[in-house]
Design a protein around this ligand. Structure first.
Ligand SMILES: Nc1nc2c(ncn2[C@@H]2O[C@H](COP(=O)(O)OP(=O)(O)OP(=O)(O)O)[C@@H](O)[C@H]2O)c(=O)[nH]1
Ligand SMILES: [Mg+2]
Ligand SMILES: [Zn+2]
Length: 301
């Protein structure tokens, strides 16, 4: 029996598209997969998984999944389980529009927390800079002091795309963000050969219409891979402890050692250094609100 290694590039229901060397194959997978890194709680194959196939002539079946280097997960919408968005990525470009669809810093904060928990570098990418950046300028400066890169770009005019292209070389990059932010447009702009479908915004709501329907891993001609993903309306952070959450907000973490109580939740406790920093304007209000909301949801879970 010939065994081959490959990478999952797309999921089609029960069928899996796998890249093996220069070829792609659509195969099925064994019901009982050998999860080499230990069986994960959401034991499903995702884009980016590295797998072993048992070949029978031209046909193959996935028998094993190599240990994941990392994976980005969220709470599945309206269900109490985790959903893995992709595995084995080097970085995530969190794509938001400058004006339309209206960028929500609260959603950005959730992506940032999830990336940090997953050990994936996150790059804040504000697209549609051609629409004007007045609105994002109200809250974007709060991110300049964190350890994430911030890019302002326009898929339409090509502005700022040199920096994006340079980041992508020889790495695997996940593009994620709300529907209509321009993830597929950005990918087409960095490499027109992708010819990805791009959608209009809804006239009544100004939101995207979920044009990209499934995650897909694609090779770049100059080295590296990108993953286009469907727009996410919401992002629940899955199973985070209070300490982990505070650690995922660098401006909170840098003060939390000075609170009176070692298990301070930075919510109401006396002599809380984080609340003092908030009061002093060292922590942005909207970032602190994000922290409290995610904390509240984590306690409910
Ligand atoms: N003005 C302007 N419009 C843009 C820009 N980039 C994308 N758009 C428009 O935004 C709309 C949505 O773009 P898409 O690339 O489909 O957005 P998406 O993030 O892939 O959306 P989903 O696949 O639904 O998640 C399209 O009408 C694009 O033409 C830009 O830089 N400037
Ligand atoms: Mg798209
Ligand atoms: Zn505190």
């Amino acid at each position: 029996m010939e065994m081959l290694d490959g990478t999952v590039i797309a999921m089609h229901g029960p069928l899996v598209r796998v890249q093996i060397g220069g070829e792609t194959l659509v195969v099925s997978s064994r019901r009982r997969l050998n999860w080499e890194g230990g069986t994960p709680s959401a034991a499903r194959l995702v884009v980016g998984d590295s797998v072993t196939l048992e070949m029978q002539g031209e046909d193959g079946v996935i028998v094993a999944v190599h240990a994941r280097r990392n994976y980005l997960l969220r709470k599945a919408p309206s269900k109490n389980r985790a959903q893995i968005l992709a595995a084995n990525v080097d970085q995530a470009l969190l794509v938001f529009a400058a004006r339309e669809p209206v960028p929500k810093p609260g959603l950005l904060d959730r992506f940032l927390v999830a990336c940090r928990l997953a050990g994936i570098d996150a790059v804040i990418t504000i697209n549609k800079a051609d629409q004007g950046t007045e609105e994002v300028e109200e809250w974007l400066p709060a991110y300049a002091h964190l350890d994430n890169r911030v890019l302002l770009v326009s898929a339409r005019t090509g502005w700022g795309l040199g920096a994006v292209k340079r980041m992508l070389v020889d790495r695997t990059t996940l593009f994620c963000g709300p529907s209509g932010a321009g993830k597929s447009s950005l990918l087409n702009a960095v490499y027109p050969g992708f010819r990805l479908k791009v959608g209009e915004l809804s006239e009544s709501t100004g939101k995207g219409k979920h044009t990209t329907s499934a995650a897909e891993l694609m090779p770049l001609p100059y080295g590296g891979f990108v993953v286009d993903t469907p727009g996410l309306r919401e992002f629940g952070v899955w199973e985070v402890t209070r300490e982990e959450l505070a650690g995922a907000f660098p401006e909170i973490a840098s003060h939390s050692g000075e609170c009176r109580f070692p298990d301070c939740s930075h919510d109401h406790e006396p002599d809380c250094a984080v609340l003092a920093a908030l009061e002093a304007g060292e922590i942005a209000d909207h970032r602190f609100k994000s922290y409290l909301r995610i904390l509240e949801e984590a306690l409910e879970q």
